[in-house]
Design a protein around this ligand. Structure first.
Ligand code: FAD
Length: 263
């Protein structure tokens, strides 16, 4: 399997850096090919602006969607973006690894998504009409590939439980898992989340490293999050609301987009 790890931590000699080493070593030991995009080491440009579209001729206002669409279609996006798109196409498995910062990914990783996920590549794909909202949520360029988040958090697991003050971790990660990974077609694995990591000692690190190794061994077999696919008949067209009969009255929120377990 070809595995791409997109790593977003400013310090290679950090806990995240150590866990990256553990993951890469385990994947290599299993015979997988591994590539790492170390965004800070690459000095990744995080903000989308006009410099991203060198072929843009007009002096008019920048419309990011249009410039991205035209640039991708003309193979005229910047070399750094094209290189990351090539890595995504190469990968069978993509891992986004980051420390949880303000209940979200670090800005540099969001900027990687903003720039690499071009229109015509990761969104704006397939038929868009009054009958269809394109190939997305389970379909798209990443269909057939797996993806997963590897996250460290300072908070306790209880803080992220169903009644925890931070909100449930699956809710907090839903916009990434569903909105960024499932959207362009990835099959999304449950996230690997390490909690309460700021006071780490060697015994705790040994346990955590073993958990990372174990997860790396099960990437091909672990059951994915059972998100409902957009184009499998579960949603009304064109409003894209879940059909009323598929969830009990009053059901709302992220969980309604999970399909019941199927045999
Ligand atoms: P490090 O700081 O590198 O290390 C953490 C601990 O592990 C230290 O004790 C270190 O000594 C030890 N360690 C490092 N490497 C090793 C090794 N090889 N062997 C053994 N021990 C080691 N947390 C939340 O829960 N929610 C938030 O919303 C949130 N927002 C944040 C926002 C910001 C801007 C920042 C800076 C932090 C935030 N945090 C939050 C905390 C953050 O998630 C953690 O600090 C981070 O996940 C720790 O990962 P790290 O790689 O930076 O750890």
């Amino acid at each position: 399997m070809n595995v791409l790890i997109v790593f977003a931590h400013p310090e290679r000699h950090s806990l995240n850096g150590a866990l990256l080493d553990v993951a890469v070593a385990e994947l290599a030991a299993q015979g997988h090919e591994v590539r790492v995009s170390d965004l800070y080491a690459m000095h990744w440009k995080a903000a989308v602006d006009k410099d991203d579209f060198p072929a843009l001729s007009s002096d008019g206002p920048l419309k990011v969607w249009k410039a991205s669409h035209d640039g991708f279609a003309a193979d005229a996006l910047t070399p750094d973006v094209k290189a990351e798109q090539e890595k995504l196409l190469w990968a069978d498995m993509v891992i986004l690894q980051f420390p949880l910062w303000w209940f979200a990914m670090p800005a540099i990783l969001k900027g990687w998504v903003d720039r690499v996920y071009a229109s015509g590549f990761a969104y704006g794909v397939g038929e868009h009409s009054d009958r269809r909202w394109g190939d997305r949520y389970g379909e798209g360029v990443m269909a057939g590939k797996r993806a997963m988040l590897m996250v460290t958090a300072g908070g306790w697991p209880e803080h992220y439980s169903d009644r925890g003050i931070n909100g449930p971790i699956d809710d907090l990660l839903f916009p990434i898992n569903h909105g960024i990974l499932f959207y362009p077609g990835f099959t999304v694995l449950p996230p690997f989340v390490a909690y309460r990591v700021d006071r780490m000692d060697e015994p705790k690190f040994t346990i955590l490293a073993d958990q990372v190794r174990e997860r790396m061994k099960t990437l091909e077999t672990i059951a994915p999050i059972p998100y409902r696919k957009q184009n499998d008949g579960d949603y009304q067209i064109p409003t894209m609301e879940l059909l009323p009969e598929l969830a009990p009255p009053g059901a709302r929120g992220f969980e309604v987009h999970l399909a019941p377990e199927r045999d």
